[in-house]
Write a protein that binds this ligand. Structure first.
Ligand code: SF4
Length: 416
């Protein structure tokens, strides 16, 4: 396999376990409900019914920016004060809401009841509700549940919880099934289609994606399933798949030309694709990717970047920025570090990089301000106070501003 074209290769640590600063103080996290934003677009006949408060409804409304007449495939069943006070039967009210919803939206084939902080506070058992409603509305609608509560999660864990709930419902592989590849994690449809074409060009045809675009097309799983994660925050989904007999293919995550090439290579090796067939499939897109990076490399080369923990994507992004765009990593913070799933990315980080797991937000802010990085990647809760800080270093007007935000929809945006 050819390495991607890098003008100045950064020496990798070659060490799967660089030192990690572990912090367990106050954390700035974002609610797991937000995963619904991309999940509802992906599974096109699913509906996400949040069982929550007006706060949850406002969060979803403002984060999604969806007008109510657009008939989005998510909504909030609001827990009122009388429910919180135990004066009403929340289960009966939930059943009535679901009945009205399914009568009005007959196209729904999969309904997720999504738990929240308030539903957990009143100990509303959504797994029993899902079982009860599933029996009532089968076979037209499958009803599942998961928690999107923001008490102890990062915002990306909503996807992990949703896919974990899906795994036990996946059909079993037929007896005597040939080995198959399962790509796990939500991808934009255009990206999924590109991967489909690349795998087909390599001759890997027993291929499926989790989640599928429609409820009836969810993939089978079993001992012949080899799976590739597309996101580093799918630890529980991976565990559930392994409980069904599937085997994970170890690889860096598919971010950047190098990471994506190595990720594809892991599948190629597992399915006996020849070097020639692999090169024929990936050479042209890899070259296009490298060309596309040249402009960003010129702008970002030598810039110092600091990651606050937010999405669990930080380590693969940092690996990409250091190796392919030649940025300098000041600190790479991540909310949780799954050493096994991230082993290949960790081994490619530059030697001596400062990693941190968890957060003590005041101490981390002090470190960030003292280091005065060129770019800071953080959640929106920290972006505004950081933007309000006076610039530490003068720089010419044409240079990039000193703060950037990372947002799952917008990518890396820089601004003053
Ligand atoms: S689930 Fe919890 S953190 Fe998320 S919006 Fe509702 S109350 Fe807030």
């Amino acid at each position: 396999m050819n390495a991607p074209l890098l003008t100045t290769p950064v020496p990798a640590s070659g060490c799967a376990a660089p030192p990690i600063l572990r912090e367990r103080g106050q954390r700035e996290v974002f609610c797991g409900l937000t995963g619904i934003m991309w999940l509802h677009r992906k599974i096109q006949d699913a509906f996400f019914l949040i069982v929550g408060s007006r706060t949850c409804a406002h969060l979803m409304q403002s984060a999604a920016g969806v007008m109510i007449f657009a008939e989005p495939r998510f909504a909030t069943a609001i827990i009122e004060e009388k429910d919180l006070a135990g004066l009403a039967d929340a289960n009966a009210e939930l059943d009535a809401v679901v009945e009205r919803l399914l009568a009005r939206r007959p196209e729904i084939r999969m309904l997720f009841l999504v738990g929240s902080c308030p539903s957990e506070v009143i100990k509303l058992d959504l797994s029993r509700a899902a079982l009860r409603l599933g029996q009532r509305f089968a076979p037209q609608v499958r009803v599942l549940n998961y928690s999107g509560s923001g008490i102890e999660t990062t915002f990306t864990q909503g996807e992990d919880a949703c896919l974990t709930a899906l795994v036990p419902t996946l059909p079993a592989e037929p007896a005597g099934a040939a080995a198959s590849l399962l790509v796990v994690g939500v991808l934009a449809d255009a990206v999924e289609d590109q991967f489909r074409r690349l795998f087909a060009a390599m001759g890997i045809t027993h291929l499926a994606f989790l989640p599928a675009r429609r409820a009836a097309d969810m993939p089978a799983v079993g001992p012949q399933t080899r799976y590739l994660l597309v996101q580093p925050f799918l630890g529980e989904t991976a565990r559930a798949l392994e409980n069904r007999g599937a085997t994970r293919l170890a690889a860096p995550f598919p971010l950047g030309a190098e990471g994506t090439t190595a990720w594809l290579r892991a599948a190629a090796d597992a399915f006996g694709v020849t070097d020639a067939a692999f090169e024929a499939a990936v050479a042209a897109p890899r070259e296009r990717a490298d060309k596309a990076l040249q402009h960003s490399r010129r702008a970002l080369r030598g810039r110092r970047i600091f990651f606050f923990p937010d999405s669990q994507l930080e380590i693969p992004i940092a690996r990409f920025l250091a190796r392919e765009l030649e940025m300098e990593l000041v600190e790479v913070g991540t909310p949780y570090l799954h050493k096994e799933h991230l082993a290949a990315d960790l081994a490619l980080l530059p030697a001596g990089v400062q990693l941190s797991e968890g957060q003590d937000v005041d101490r981390q802010l002090d470190r960030c301000l003292a280091a005065a990085p060129d770019i800071t990647v953080c959640g929106l809760g920290l972006a505004n106070p950081l933007e309000a800080q006076p610039a530490r270093r003068a720089r010419p007007d044409h240079e990039m501003g000193d703060r950037a935000r990372l947002h799952p929809d917008s990518g890396l945006r820089a601004g003053r």
